[in-house]
Write a protein that binds this ligand. Structure first.
Ligand code: AMP
Ligand code: ZN
Length: 486
C-alpha cells in the first residue's frame, strides 16, 4: 500500500493513513439536508470526497462509503422547527414530498457531475428506532436529561471526564457563546446543551412516538447513529465541510463517546468553502449559483454555459482544504486549461513510439502519486499532468521521444488520473458516441423499411419494439421515420 498522508482536523496535522482494518476503508460524509436545491458550494464538498473515494478505490482498498440524506431534524437557528418541516409548511406539502423532490434533484446533479454513488445512502427518517435507542443509552449513562418531552445532552457533565471541544478546539465558554441562539433553549439546563430529541409542538408535521412523547430527533444524532451502525464503533474517515466542525461534528463525537465509550473517528477531514465575490456560497444569503445555472449559462455571474466536467476541473484545480472563489474569469480559464488537457490526451493516442526515451516518465508518474498521497493534493497533480501535456506536444513535434513502454505508462497514467481519479469526462468523446448511436439507429431504420417493403412484419416490429426497450422511440411520418431518445 502507498504511503498516504492526510490532514486530520482532530490533531491539526498531516498523519500517515493507517486504517482500522488493513486493506479496508470506512468513510462517512455528512450528506445534504434535502429542503432545497444543492448549490455549487455544496457540490464542492461532496466532489472533494468523491475524488478521495475514487483515490482509495484506485489504491486497491475495499471502501465502504456512507453518505447520508438528512430528511428530518435539522433545526433552523432561531426556532423549534426543523428545515424540512418549515419548508413543508410554507409550501403546503407533505415533508416527504419536499424530501423526495430535493433528493431526486441531488442525485440528478451528482450524476451530471459524474459522481460515484456511495456504498450506502441512509436517511435520518429510516433510523428513528436506532436514534431512540442511542438516546436511551446516553440517558442510562447519565449524560442526558429529559425535560418536558425533550431530551438534551448534558455538555457540562460530559466535559467533566471527556473533552467537549476536542475537534473544534473550543472551550465550554466559547461553546456557550456559539450555541446561544440555537434550538429554542427554554428547557435546557445550560445553553451549550444540545437536543437529542425535541418535543413536537402541535403545528410540527414530522413527528414520531418515543418514550418521551411525540417528537423528532436532533440533527447531530442521526450521523452518530448511521456512521457507527454501518462502519463500526470506530471507523477511519469522517468528512464534511468546515462549517460542520462545530457544533455538528463536535456533538457527534460527544454522542458516540457517551454511547460507546470510544472516540468514533480516526481521521476527520474537512473541506473548505466555495465562495463567490469573496463570500461563502450559501442557501440562506442567496449568494450562490446552482449547477443547472452553470450548465445553461443563465446566471448574472457568468457569461456563458459550462459543462459539468469544466466545473469539476475548476474545483479540482484547488486543494480541498483551500478556499476557492468562483468567478466567470476563473471558470473560463479552467475551461481553456481543460480543453488543452483533453487535446493532449487525444494527441497522445496518435503518438509513435521510438527506440529510446528522452524523458523520465517513471519519475513523473511517481510524482503524480506523491501529489495525491500528500493529502490528496489535486492542484499539484494537475500541474504534473500539464507537464505531460508539454511532453506530448514535444514528442509530436519530434523534439523528444519515448519508448513504447514509457509511452504506454504516460498515457495510462494520464487517463487514470484524469478520468478515474479526478472523475472528469471527455465531452468530445460523448459527442463521438452520440454520432455513433445516430448512425446505428439510421441503419436500423433503413433495415426496418426494407423489412416492411418485403412485408416482413415480424422483423419490422422486432426492430421497433427492441429499440423501444432501449429507450429509442421510432416515429413514422409522411417524410419517413424519425426517432427520439426517451
Ligand atoms: P447542508 O445541506 O447545508 O447540510 O450542506 C451540505 C454540505 O455542503 C455540508 O458538508 C456543508 O459543509 C457543505 N457546504 C455548504 N456551503 C458550502 C460552501 N459554500 N462551500 C463548500 N461546501 C459547502
Ligand atoms: Zn452529519
Amino acid at each position: 500500500m502507498q504511503n498516504l498522508f492526510l490532514y486530520n482536523s482532530l490533531s491539526n496535522k498531516k498523519e500517515r493513513f493507517e486504517p482500522v482494518k488493513e486493506g479496508y476503508v470506512g468513510m462517512y460524509v455528512c450528506g445534504p439536508t434535502v429542503y432545497s436545491n444543492v448549490h455549487l458550494g455544496n457540490v464542492r464538498t461532496f466532489m472533494s470526497f468523491d475524488m478521495i473515494y475514487r483515490y482509495f478505490l484506485h489504491l486497491g482498498y475495499k471502501v465502504r462509503y456512507v453518505r447520508n440524506i438528512t430528511d428530518a431534524g435539522h433545526l433552523t437557528d432561531d426556532s423549534d422547527e426543523d428545515k424540512i418541516s418549515k419548508k413543508a409548511r410554507l409550501e403546503q406539502l407533505e415533508p416527504m414530498e419536499i424530501v423526495q423532490r430535493y433528493t431526486t434533484d441531488f442525485h440528478d446533479i451528482l450524476n451530471k457531475f459524474n459522481f460515484l454513488p456511495p456504498s450506502i445512502e441512509p436517511t435520518a427518517t429510516g433510523h428513528i428506532v436506532e436514534q431512540i435507542e442511542a438516546i436511551e443509552t446516553i440517558l442510562k449513562n447519565g449524560l442526558a436529561y429529559e425535560v418536558n418531552g425533550s431530551v438534551y445532552f448534558d455538555v457540562i457533565k460530559y466535559n467533566e471526564k471527556e473533552h467537549y471541544g476536542i475537534l473544534s478546539k473550543r472551550n465550554i465558554e466559547d461553546a456557550i457563546e456559539n450555541t446561544r441562539n440555537l434550538e429554542g433553549q427554554s428547557d435546557k439546563k445550560n445553553p451549550q446543551d444540545f437536543a437529542l430529541w425535541k418535543k413536537a409542538e402541535p403545528e410540527h408535521i414530522q413527528r414520531w412516538n418515543s418514550p418521551w412523547g411525540s417528537g423528532f430527533p436532533g440533527w447531530h444524532l442521526e450521523c452518530t447513529v448511521m456512521s457507527t451502525k454501518y462502519l463500526g464503533e470506530q471507523f477511519d474517515i469522517h468528512g464534511g465541510g468546515m462549517d460542520l466542525k462545530f457544533p455538528h461534528h463536535e456533538c457527534e463525537i460527544a454522542q458516540a463517546q457517551a454511547c460507546n465509550h470510544i472516540n468514533p473517528v480516526k481521521y476527520w477531514l474537512h473541506g473548505n468553502m466555495l465562495t463567490m465575490n469573496g463570500k461563502k456560497m450559501s442557501k440562506s444569503t442567496g449568494n450562490n449559483i446552482l449547477p443547472e445555472e452553470i450548465f445553461s449559462g443563465e446566471n448574472d455571474n457568468i457569461s456563458k454555459a459550462y459543462s459539468p466536467s469544466v466545473a469539476r476541473f475548476f474545483m479540482m484545480q484547488a486543494h480541498y482544504r483551500s478556499i476557492l472563489d468562483f468567478s466567470n474569469d476563473a471558470i473560463l480559464a479552467a475551461e481553456k486549461g481543460y480543453n488543452r488537457l483533453l487535446e493532449a490526451i487525444e494527441l497522445s493516442k496518435r503518438l509513435e513510439a521510438s527506440e529510446t526515451s528522452t524523458l523520465g516518465v517513471k519519475a513523473w508518474s511517481q510524482k503524480c502519486y506523491e501529489a495525491m498521497n500528500d493529502d490528496f493534493n489535486s492542484p499539484i497533480l494537475i500541474a504534473n499532468l500539464f507537464e505531460a501535456v508539454k511532453w506530448i506536444n514535444l514528442i509530436n513535434d519530434g523534439k523528444e521521444s519515448l519508448s513504447s513502454k514509457d509511452l504506454e505508462l504516460l498515457t495510462s497514467t494520464i487517463n487514470t488520473f484524469v478520468f478515474d481519479i479526478l472523475g472528469l469526462e471527455n465531452a468530445q468523446m460523448q459527442d463521438d458516441n452520440s454520432e455513433k448511436i445516430d448512425g446505428l439507429v439510421h441503419l436500423l431504420i433503413e433495415m426496418r423499411k426494407k423489412a416492411r417493403d418485403d412485408r416482413d412484419w415480424a422483423l419490422s416490429d422486432k426492430i421497433r419494439d427492441e429499440l423501444m426497450d432501449l429507450g429509442i422511440q421510432l416515429k413514422d411520418g409522411k417524410d419517413g421515420t424519425t426517432y427520439s431518445l426517451n
